[in-house]
Ligand binder design. Structure first.
Ligand SMILES: Nc1ncnc2c1ncn2[C@@H]1O[C@H](COP(=O)(O)OP(=O)(O)OP(=O)(O)O)[C@@H](O)[C@H]1O
Ligand SMILES: [Mg+2]
Length: 252
């Protein structure tokens, strides 16, 4: 048994003829925050999407290698992808709440999975919105449209929605890049809070953000994972010259 929650081994990925990931191997520890950094187009989102098989829906995408989650290879054809995405949720760059009420955004997933009892659903709404640090701002307007929330509130609602199906891992792809600094702070604090109960993998362009909130950082360049280590080592004492150049802004 591995002490890692996720083990990625020798991952290669192609979009048609173009290889986007080259022999990527890394591990994710439970109850940690792992950040993926690197220049645009280096494969961060591709790697993140591989972890819950979101690349499956891209025509022409082919994957080789292994990704184990609880020691089971999730790339195996027999994987129940629906169940996997329940355990490994995803938050995107642009908040994407469903065009329905705040409350219904949170109950949507559980209902789909068969929870119908009103009391349980109400409890879940409060629990998840509380965990996503949004409760005090919306408790009096749970029936209002999610679209009436600010961008930062919408993103926290999306996090509440992800939490509603009881995941273990939350993948976040540049979750704050569309937000102002205050909303960004809230999401950063929230991510740190979440790691008590969940495991977070976050893609970010913002190196301060990676160094502030993550425990481990992977630096990617041209589809390769150049270096992966504890965050303090990556930012204070990287082993690779490429990493050093990137984090000190002497790149290109
Ligand atoms: N759906 C797709 N179809 C074909 N090629 C794709 C697709 N998505 C990404 N790619 C290609 O794969 C490579 C890696 O893209 P990816 O989106 O993973 O990079 P990224 O590091 O997330 O970049 P950014 O920081 O700009 O979001 C790029 O060359 C990109 O053009
Ligand atoms: Mg991306």
């Amino acid at each position: 048994m591995s002490t890692n929650l996720i083990d990625i081994k020798g991952l290669n990925l192609w979009y048609g003829e173009n290889q986007a990931l080259h022999d990527v191997s890394m591990s994710v520890k439970p109850n940690s925050i792992t950040a993926l950094i690197g220049p645009s187009g280096c494969g961060k989102s591709t790697l993140l999407r591989s972890i819950n098989r979101m690349n499956d829906i891209i025509a022409g995408c082919r994957v080789e290698g292994e990704i184990t989650f609880h020691d089971k290879n999730i790339l195996a054809p027999e994987t129940d992808v629906m169940a996997l995405r329940k355990k490994i949720g995803m938050i995107f760059q642009k908040p994407n709440p469903f065009p329905m009420s705040i409350k219904d955004n949170v109950t949507y997933g559980p209902r789909l999975h068969g929870v119908t009892d009103r009391e349980s659903l109400d409890k879940l709404v409060e629990e998840c919105i509380n965990k996503s640090a949004l409760w005090s701002e919306v408790q009096d307007r749970l029936g209002a449209s999610a679209m009436s929330l600010s961008g930062g509130q919408q993103q926290r609602l999306c996090i509440a929605r992800a939490l509603s199906v009881n995941p273990e891992v939350i993948l976040m792809d540049e979750p704050t890049s569309a937000l102002d600094p205050i909303a960004t702070n809230k999401i950063e604090d929230l991510a740190q809070d979440l790691k008590k109960d969940y495991t977070v993998v976050i893609v970010t362009h913002n190196m301060q953000q990676a160094s502030r909130i993550s425990d481990y950082t992977g630096f990617m360049y041209m589809g390769k994972l150049i270096e992966f280590d504890k965050t303090e080592n990556i930012f204070e004492n990287p082993s690779e010259e490429l990493t050093e150049r990137y984090i000190t802004g002497r790149f290109g």
